[in-house]
Structures are given as C-alpha cells and as structure tokens.
Design a binder for this molecule. Structure first.
Ligand code: HEC
Ligand code: HEC
Ligand code: HEC
Ligand code: HEC
Length: 189
C-alpha cells in the first residue's frame, strides 16, 4: 500500500511540474541564440561571438559547471521563468547569450517581421540594472570594477551594426513601404 501511495505521489509531482512548466511561462527563453537570433541579426551575432562572455560557460571547469555558486552569472535566464534550469534540462542556455541582456525572445520570434514597432516592443534594450545582476563583487571571484558607460561602449560594435542590419531586414521582408510610412509619421510628429 505504502508503495503505491509513494508512487502516485511521485506521479502527481511529475504531472504538476509538467503542467507548471508547460503552461505558466508565456514567453520562455529560446536559447541557441547565435543561430536563432543570428538568422536576422547577423552582424550582432557575429559581434557577440567575439565577446568573451559568449564563451563564459566554457571557462568554468566541469565541477564549477555544477556549482550553484558559479552558474547564475555564467548562463542565460538563471532564476527567471522559462530560463535556465540545469545543464541536463536547458543546455541551450549556457553562456551569456542575447537573451541574458535583452530578455526572453519567444514572443519576439512570433511577431511578423514587417511589424517593426511590435518587433521592437517585444524585446528590451537593457539598462545598467540588467548588467548589475552579474557585474557585482559579491560571489564573483574574478570581479573587475564595472563602469556602465565604458562597458556599453565596449560592446558598441554590436549596436552600430544595427543601422545597416535594419535596412537589410526591411528589404528582405519587402517592408520598404512600411519603413517609408513610419518615417513620414515621424516627420509629421
Ligand atoms: C525573423 C527575424 C528576427 C529574428 C529571428 C529575431 N529578430 Fe530581433 N528584430 C527583428 C526586427 C525586424 C526588428 C525591428 C527592427 C530593428 O530594430 O532591427 C527586431 C528588433 C530587435 C531588437 C531591438 C529592440 C528595440 O527596442 O529597438 C532587439 C534587441 C532584438 N531584435 C533582439 C533579438 C533577439 C535577442 C532575438 C533572438 C531571441 C531576435 N531579435 C530574433 C527581427 C528578428
Ligand atoms: C555575481 C556573478 C558571478 C558569479 C556568482 C560568478 N561569476 Fe565568474 N564572472 C562574472 C563576471 C561579471 C565576470 C567578468 C569579470 C568582471 O567584469 O567582473 C566573470 C568572469 C569569470 C571568469 C573569466 C575570468 C577572466 O579573467 O577571464 C572565470 C573563469 C569565472 N568568472 C569563473 C567563476 C567561478 C569559478 C565562479 C564560482 C566560484 C564564478 N565565476 C562565479 C560573474 C560571476
Ligand atoms: C551584454 C549584454 C548584451 C548582449 C549579450 C547582447 N546585447 Fe544587444 N544590446 C545591448 C545593449 C546595451 C544595447 C543598446 C545600447 C544602446 O542603444 O544604448 C543593445 C542593442 C541591441 C539591438 C538594437 C540596436 C538599436 O540601436 O536599435 C539589437 C537588435 C541587439 N542588441 C541584438 C542583439 C543580439 C541579436 C544579441 C545576441 C547575438 C545581443 N544583442 C546580445 C546589450 C547586449
Ligand atoms: C547573466 C550575467 C551577465 C549579465 C546580465 C551581463 N554580463 Fe557582462 N559578463 C558576464 C560574464 C560572466 C562575463 C565574463 C566573460 C568571460 O571573461 O568569460 C562578462 C563580461 C563582460 C564584458 C567584458 C568583455 C566581454 O565582451 O565579455 C563586458 C564589457 C560586459 N560583460 C558588459 C556587460 C554589459 C554592458 C551588460 C549589461 C547591458 C552585461 N555585461 C550584462 C556576465 C553578465
């Protein structure tokens, strides 16, 4: 009897976990950002690939990759709904990927490409508070002083690429007309 009781309790817990993970997160992290985001944001993906933080997972030893004292700042979406769980369950979220700074991207992927304003609205432009989730001294054995303005400048190749990319994306999608309209609206305002 006790055995069956345990078994059904275990099944119940498993079911609950499944329901919670499947239904509760409206906008989970995608992971695998080099491919998934790079499909459209080619220049940003190329720039990011050159940053040390892209490979920050690989710099941890095998033990450190199991160590909850190290993992939070070396993966994407730690502690966030639909984010990092463990290497076994979410290997696509290792390292500091696009979504670590810009937030989860599932909804962004669903917005039609021509809908430029909705596309923009569906992902965040990070601010200093985002960086300070990880660029703090506490728990960080390799801490270097963090100056937001300098740090952002250090990454600027990534958003300077954007102007060229935007034109390219608009053209690819045949959305040149929409872009024209958007400009007119801006001029009128
Ligand atoms: C199917 C093409 C496509 C994919 C895939 C895509 N994006 Fe975008 N993204 C766009 C378009 C179009 C815009 C709006 C025009 C622009 O700002 O470049 C945009 C805008 C953005 C912006 C600017 C937001 C703002 O407020 O200005 C960010 C950041 C961004 N995307 C990040 C990502 C990330 C991260 C991923 C992967 C999770 C991703 N994108 C995947 C097409 C895409
Ligand atoms: C609070 C966030 C945080 C935690 C926790 C953390 N790190 Fe880091 N780690 C960083 C940041 C941020 C950097 C980049 C250096 C900087 O700007 O402070 C970094 C850099 C590194 C580097 C690269 C060092 C270099 O000079 O290239 C290694 C290796 C590393 N961490 C290992 C670890 C290990 C091992 C642990 C666990 C004992 C750990 N980290 C815990 C945030 C963290
Ligand atoms: C370390 C944090 C960080 C990571 C990782 C990161 N970005 Fe960004 N990204 C930023 C910041 C900060 C800005 C905005 C700077 C500004 O305009 O003030 C930005 C801007 C952008 C923009 C908008 C540019 C504009 O001017 O409208 C796009 C698109 C973008 N990032 C895409 C990506 C993609 C795709 C990846 C992954 C390949 C990525 N980012 C990874 C921090 C990051
Ligand atoms: C989820 C944790 C996390 C967040 C959020 C984060 N970083 Fe980092 N960052 C790291 C880690 C870890 C490294 C160390 C990479 C290495 O050396 O292995 C790093 C390294 C850097 C570096 C050193 C050079 C490089 O290209 O990797 C810069 C610059 C930087 N981060 C800027 C930023 C800025 C600006 C933001 C906010 C917009 C930000 N980071 C947000 C974890 C984070």
């Amino acid at each position: 009897m006790a055995r069956y009781g345990l078994l059904s309790a275990a099944i119940l817990v498993m079911l609950l976990c499944f329901i919670l993970s499947a239904d509760d997160v409206e906008n989970p992290y995608l992971g695998d950002n080099a491919k998934k985001c790079g499909m459209c944001h080619k220049d940003q993906a190329a720039a990011w690939q050159e940053w040390p933080m892209a490979s920050s997972w690989d710099k941890l030893s095998a033990e450190e990759q199991q160590d909850e004292n190290c993992i939070p700042c070396h993966v994407t979406g730690y502690g966030q709904p639909g984010g990092w769980i463990s290497f076994e369950e979410t290997p696509q979220l290792t390292g500091i990927q696009c979504e670590a700074c810009h937030g989860p991207g599932t909804l962004h992927m669903k917005v039609p490409i021509k809908d430029v304003e909705a596309k923009k609205a569906s992902l965040a432009i990070p601010d200093e508070a985002n960086c300070l989730q990880c660029h703090i001294e506490e728990g960080n054995p390799n801490f270097k002083e963090f100056k937001y303005d300098e740090a952002v400048t250090g990454l600027s190749d990534h958003f300077k690429a954007e102007e060229a990319e935007e034109a390219e994306v608009a053209e690819d999608a045949g959305a040149t007309e929409d872009a024209g309209e958007a400009e007119e609206t801006e001029d009128a305002a």
